[in-house]
Write a protein that binds this ligand. Structure first.
Ligand SMILES: Cc1ncc(COP(=O)(O)O)c(C=O)c1O
Length: 358
């Protein structure tokens, strides 16, 4: 009998979590309540009621919020407006692969700063600052993609102080922040330096990625700059989706949905950590308290190329760890486990198969 392949490549929510009936109802209600706004060209910073709702949630004025068709597209606006050939941009190493691609597309030099258990290696960062101040640092401070690491408060304070001293932007990408399964939240970088931090987030991980709905919070003049860029890119982001999501939020359904997600994902993370402990003691891994990922450093002597080829035969589909590193050679032993989309049974089976391969 052939065994079912287990896919460890996709950092996505399982389709079973989408609140389909609620979204259908909210979509209809929104279109009936505000059809002439939602079906007409809109303003580039986004649907006003949703901007206001987000502003209240994050305790900022609506003029400090820009909504876009996905946080990834907003990141493209940031890189297109803030970077040019020759500028430097720092990223965590490893980091979200598409963010690295967008920064490179803007022509900037990507400098990878190694990650530790509590965030960036600040000594190396300070050495790099002496070689040349970047236009921005892109980081994922909560439950990082791909490592699962959360940046400590101490490091956040230091980063905020450095951003103010040297005058670079911190792009704090925070799509997993609300998905904390245990432990205490750490203050956002934006709360530590409201003038130097752009905080990005999205409805992809807390509601549905297909909505393509993201937003950024920052100083009003920076939001205005991004809004001017956005208007020439697409006039305004898709409105009916924003209307539907605003209605969903207005009804108070989002926080209940997040609680449901936490109940589903928390045992998946626990299973991942305990199965790694049991079957892969020779490897090392992060100890996340939330999010979608656990980052594993495979034992000395492991090699991504041969591992992936053999994994296919053993019924495992693995991401190439090298893709997350600005210098791919550093990722030859790195494996991202996206536990969110797998059942505890699949997680146990996948790690057992992996241990046999190693
Ligand atoms: C760190 C990070 N930022 C952004 C995104 C993409 O978010 P969106 O769906 O809003 O484009 C992802 C998706 O995996 C991610 O992990």
């Amino acid at each position: 009998m052939t065994q079912q392949t287990i896919n460890l490549t996709r950092g996505v929510p399982p389709v079973t979590v989408f609140p389909i009936d609620d979204l259908i109802q909210c979509n209809e209600a929104a279109l009936r309540q505000d059809p002439y706004v939602l079906l007409q060209y809109g303003r580039s910073p986004g649907y006003a009621p949703l901007r206001e709702w987000l502003g209240e949630q994050h305790r900022v004025g609506a003029d400090q919020i820009l909504i876009g068709n996905s946080s990834l597209e907003i990141l493209a606006f940031v890189t297109q407006t803030q970077l040019k050939p020759g500028t430097r941009a720092f990223v965590e190493s490893p980091s979200y692969d598409r963010a690295i691609t967008l920064i490179r597309r803007a022509g900037a030099e990507v400098v990878g700063i190694p990650m530790q258990e509590d965030g960036l290696d600040l000594e190396i960062l300070q050495d790099e600052l002496k070689k040349g101040v970047p236009a921005l640092i892109y980081l994922i401070a909560d439950f990082q993609n791909p490592m699962g690491v959360t940046t400590s408060l101490e490091k956040r304070k230091k980063l905020a102080a450095l951003a103010e001293e040297y005058g670079f932007w911190i792009i704090e990408d925070a799509p997993y922040r609300e998905l904390r399964y245990w432990g205490n939240p750490v203050p956002t970088l934006r709360s530590l330096s409201p003038t130097r931090v752009l905080q990005m987030s999205s409805f992809s991980k807390v509601l549905s990625p297909g909505l393509r709905l993201g937003y950024v919070i920052g100083p009003a003049d920076m939001i205005a700059t991004l809004a001017r860029w956005a208007v020439d890119s697409y006039i305004g982001p898709v409105l009916p989706t924003q209307g539907m999501v605003y209605e969903y939020c207005r009804r108070g359904l989002l926080s209940a949905n997040i609680e449901q997600l936490k109940k589903l994902y928390s045992p998946r993370l626990q299973t991942t950590l305990s199965t790694l402990e049991k079957h892969l003691p020779q490897a090392s891994w992060s100890k996340p308290e939330g999010g979608f990922f656990v980052g594993v450093t495979l034992p000395e002597g492991s090699d991504m190329e041969s591992l992936r080829a053999r994994a296919g035969e053993a019924g495992l589909k693995l991401s190439d760890g090298r893709g997350f590193f600005p210098d791919p050679a550093n990722g030859n032993r790195f494996l991202r486990i996206p536990f969110s989309s797998l059942t505890p049974q699949e997680i146990k089976e996948a790690i057992t198969r992996l241990a046999q391969l190693l």
